[in-house]
Design a protein around this ligand. Sequence first.
Ligand code: GLC
Length: 468
Amino acid sequence: MKTFFPIVWLAGLLALLPQTLKAETTSERDERMRWWREARLGMFVHWGLYSGAEGIWDGQKYGGGVEWIQNQAGVPTAEYAARLRPLFKPNPGFAREWARLAKVMGAQYVVFTSKHHEGFALHDSKVTDYDAKDFCGRDLFKEIVKALRAEGLRVGVYYSVIDWHHPDFPVKNTGLPHPLAHKRNQNLPDPDAGRVMSRYVDFMHQQVEEIVSHYGTLDVLWWDWSSQQTQGESWRAQELMALVRKHQPRIIMNNRLYHSPNVNGDNLGIFDITKGDFTTPEQHIPATGMPGVDWEACMTLNGTWGYSQHDLNWKSAEMLVRNTVDIASKGGNYLINAGPMVDGSIPEAIRIRFQELGAWMKEYGDSIYATKANPLSAVPYGRITAKPGKYYLHVFDWPKDNRIIVPLKPAGAAKAWMLADSKHQPLVCETTPEGVVVTLKSGFQNPYASVAVLEASGTAIKPGAAMK
Ligand code: GLC
């Protein structure tokens, strides 16, 4: 029928238009973000071909993030792959080891590098043979996802839009790094000749679609990263995010399709929910949190994300506990990194620290999971997290007289106990002009962070001086 054609054309035209993200109401968004906002602790895993280099190339030791070693040493892909491929032989149950450790640590989710900047994909990709299936006959993505789910963990996938392997990924003028731009390669012919960025972007969309459509429900997509020149529509980001959402309607994505690790987070002026659900301050904790913005601080355990045999500068378990508390008190999530060795096993130094953090979380997790930022002003002895009608008083520096002040003007009776005290023996609470003075019980001290619970309602004394 004649009148039918315009409808067909229209439908056809609409299909050609790039998809954009469907708008959500605030309550739909809150509902989708809920588990993530309550999770507070996640484990990051950086693992790929680079893990086999162990921070050394041609006898030279590299520092910083050695998952960048290909770029640090300026190694062309053929040489890089030839050297590292024979080393890449993951242990049979490596993924179970990761998942168990994450569980023991108290993490609620795990984000793993399914493809880092080197371009090597852990999933079975049909659009490249630079993937685990072709290298070792296994779909490692599948193994990891299965192991995480078996432990009841949420699944997060890191995907690098930077790709040093793909022949169309630009070498120069993107503001993004590339090994062929290294001075070692300056005498090679123009490395950008013949490279067509749009072909790379097509490839990337295909790879991402493989990931989001073949492995069941994924909970987080963790993009990495963009520059001032190369961001957003350089990646056809809105279309890409809509593609992801089409397959994974409840997935949560960070905003690094638009931002670099350094410019991304702390400037609240640039946070925009159409560009990602949360922002990712890297290697630091924003001093006063980021009110109204979902954020996750990602940090290394030593100085590198990928495994290095010579970086032994480990953070202490005490620091992990205190960072967890500090970040929760500012309303963020903490994503702590582990860099497994090339066989997938996790170095003992990491295991010990994660187990210690986990032991603390097991006892004190109520003061972290599902809490909100400290609504009161900063306290000199530690940090405060909150739940409706409850304040968790984290004590880092135990006062000699056992007394701490909570800057709260209580509306009625206040009740307090030590969180580690299963009998909930009451602590003495006195109301003073500076706030509620709680006398702690020294039998319940913890060397990393002791916790008392204060059950009270009321108003903040000196609000606005919150969180430090
Ligand atoms: C940076 C680095 C990368 C690391 C990431 C983690 O973007 O390029 O190596 O994976 O941060 O946040």
